[in-house]
Design a protein around this ligand. Structure first.
Ligand SMILES: NCc1[nH]cc(CCC(=O)O)c1CC(=O)O
Length: 336
């Protein structure tokens, strides 16, 4: 008699509960299902500390693992097999038993300007002096202070829907807010995008990993590693590896005022990764800036490129800017 068929293998995908997180998880689930229809998949969603704390400014959190830690514990415990994150929210150093798999194709990585409903400004340069821009990101705040010093910045927290409601509220202090294009595009809110921000249009660079998904697995899970290799995109994987290596080397974590912009360019020596990067002091007065190209074709060369750009930024003054921010933080936490 034939042995009974083995129980159908089911992969459990862990995610945050926000609308965007669930949409992103559906993208991964669809890709896995289409490449590996022989397996079953289920989603386990959970609200994280980051979702539950919407009043404290993000930069005041001391832990960097706000969005990831609780799900990682479940994965290490075996209750989930993979976690789908916004890569931007994933710390550059993971628990020793976890790793990131290859990245699927990246959504638009740029920041965008969203103007309050009813106002007709078309770009950041049209926003009048003294207007309030909503953002809780130190990177966006610092770059605004540098390029648009006549504008004011005020915190705005919550998921994307909440931020849009806060912007549009009649008694809102905000003229506009800055968001990641990726979130709005995935939520089908492209009609709220007033202007795409980048090195050319506005001099604003995006966050490391922005627009990409981070798929985290257990380090020893060779089955899932192989499966993710199949649905991964080499160009995206190498760009985000280089960006994350830059951030890790600068040791600024998610609170570093570091902006990047990577693109693949054709040169006479073949395809190269171009990385623009900037570190700005919170008041916008100090700035280190570097643009480099490198032939990147492996994990090793991608990570080495990130280190090279970090070293060049430090040589251009980034170290002093980051140190001043660290010292300020230390001071605040002893006097608060
Ligand atoms: N920190 C919150 C966060 N994490 C990921 C995204 C958007 C999607 C992405 O960048 O992949 C956002 C919102 C935003 O910055 O507008």
């Amino acid at each position: 008699m034939a042995a009974p068929a083995p129980a159908q293998k089911t992969f459990t995908i862990g995610t945050r509960k926000s609308k965007l997180a669930l949409l992103q998880t559906d993208l991964v689930l669809a890709a896995l299902k289409s490449a590996f229809p022989q397996y079953e998949y289920q989603i386990f969603s959970k609200e994280t500390a980051g979702d539950l704390n919407t009043t404290i400014a993000l930069r005041d959190f001391t832990t960097k693992n706000l969005w990831t830690e609780e799900l990682e514990e479940l994965m290490i415990g075996g209750q989930v097999d993979l976690i789908v994150h916004s890569l931007k929210d994933v710390p550059t150093t993971l628990p020793s038993s976890c790793k990131l798999g290859p990245s699927m194709p990246r959504e638009d990585s740029r920041d965008v300007l969203v103007v309050k409903q009813g106002l007709s400004y078309k770009s950041l340069s049209e926003i009048p002096a003294g207007s309030v821009v909503g953002t809780s990101s130190i990177r966006r705040t610092a770059q605004l202070a540098r390029k648009y010093p006549h504008l004011k910045v005020q915190d705005v927290r919550g998921n994307i829907g909440t931020r849009l409601s806060k912007l549009d509220a009649e008694d809102s202090p905000y003229t506009c807010i800055i968001l990641a294009a990726a979130g709005l595009l995935r939520l089908d809110l492209a009609d709220r995008i007033t202007q795409y921000l980048d090195s050319k249009s506005s001099g604003m660079l995006y966050a490391v990993g922005q627009g990409a998904l981070g798929i985290e697995i257990r380090k020893e899970d060779t089955v899932l590693q192989e499966m993710l290799n199949t649905i991964g995109d080499q160009d995206t994987t190498l760009s985000v590896l280089a960006e994350r290596s830059l951030l890790r080397t600068l040791e600024g974590g998610c609170s570093a005022p570091l902006g990047v912009e990577t693109e693949w360019v054709q040169s006479s020596e073949g395809k190269k990764l171009r990385m623009r990067s900037v570190v700005v002091s919170v008041d916008g007065k100090e700035c280190a800036q570097v643009e480099l190209d490198a032939a990147v074709d492996s994990v090793e060369t991608a990570e080495a490129f990130g280190v090279t750009v970090a070293d060049a930024l430090v040589a251009d003054g980034a170290g002093a800017i980051l140190e001043a921010i660290q010292q300020n933080k230390a001071k605040e936490s002893t006097t608060a």
